[in-house]
Design a binder for this molecule. Structure first.
Ligand code: NAP
Length: 273
């Protein structure tokens, strides 16, 4: 059995902007667990030493950009899904060894189900981006019956590397327009729109009836999500996935389901929605 973590940390660089401490601490408080979830800004050259110290302490936590792949390489054991994605967003210590998991995949799946009522089946899904978040999306799509992913990325080589890990499911296309053509669901997984009102693709190019899942989040939602909704698309930003991956991580650490209402309430208070 996994012992209860002695500490909970979020490792990233930068990490001060993260909303995870806000909703994880709300979940801890609601569950009466006397721990505080803390964000730690860790530079890449310090990561291995920090992980060794956390393993020794029996800590657990989450990982965000840019460390997800590097943490996967440092773990003594990976869950099958973390191995498939090649990235860790959740870790804990078991029998003195670091275990890495990936709850982004199921978090993404849950967010899509919240948006549409069910995961797509026998459909084409457009994925814009080929980084860690896109990888989690493609891993989820691989589990959806009869679905294929059309992946476009600014750097084509990265899209090719991602699709090579999911043969028969994901194919590289030459443009964002090619990716979205005929798609039932359009997933945006680049950093466009994080810091400014930019859009990954003109909403007028979205197929009629396509659902829109933007993994980016910012106060007041992203411009792209608002514009897509104005055109009649069902659309969600990255907050549902963020909460879901965090709730699933909480379950891994404590073996109990967190209070999602408390997590959302803390999130709304923080982002002013
Ligand atoms: P990442 O691994 O660093 O990948 C970044 C992606 O953005 C790559 O596809 C990159 O393309 C693309 N990109 C960066 N700048 C661009 C630009 N100016 N124009 C076009 N494409 C650009 O990051 P990640 O972890 O996948 O995160 C991607 C996004 O998803 C971020 O906004 C992050 O906040 C979000 N995210 C959300 C959740 C959630 O729970 N909602 C979870 C994870 C990530 P190149 O390969 O060409 O550089």
């Amino acid at each position: 059995m996994t012992p209860r973590p002695t500490r909970l940390v979020l490792l990233g660089h930068p990490v001060a902007h993260s909303l995870s401490p806000t909703f994880q601490n709300a979940a801890l408080q609601a569950a009466g667990i006397p721990l505080t979830y803390e964000a730690h800004d860790v530079a890449s050259h310090d990561l291995a030493a920090v992980l060794r110290a956390l393993t020794h302490e029996g800590a657990a936590g989450n990982v965000t950009a840019p460390h997800k792949a590097a943490v996967a390489a440092c773990c003594a054991r990976l869950t099958p899904i973390a191995q498939r994605v090649g990235a860790v967003n959740t870790f804990w210590v078991e029998d003195g060894a670091l275990v890495g998991d990936n709850t982004d995949v199921e978090g993404f799946h849950n967010a899509v189900v919240q948006l549409r009522g069910a995961a797509p089946a026998h459909a084409t899904v457009a994925v814009l981006g080929a980084g860690g978040a896109a990888g989690a999306a493609v891993a989820a799509i691989a589990g959806w019956e009869g679905c294929t992913a059309r992946v476009w990325n600014r750097t084509a080589e990265r899209a090719r590397a991602l699709c090579a890990r999911f043969p028969g499911v994901a194919i590289v296309v030459d443009s964002a327009i090619d990716a979205v053509a005929g798609a039932a669901l359009v997933v945006h997984a680049t950093t466009v729109g994080v810091a400014q009102d930019a859009m990954p693709i003109d909403p007028s190019l979205l197929p009629r009836g396509a659902d829109v899942m933007d993994l980016v989040y910012r106060p007041g939602e992203t411009l792209w999500v608002r514009a897509a909704r104005d055109r009649g698309h069902r659309a969600a930003d990255g907050l549902p996935m963020l909460i879901e991956q965090g709730a699933l991580a909480f379950e891994r650490w404590f073996g109990q389901v967190p209070n999602r209402a408390a997590m959302w309430a803390a999130m709304w208070a923080a982002v002013g929605r």
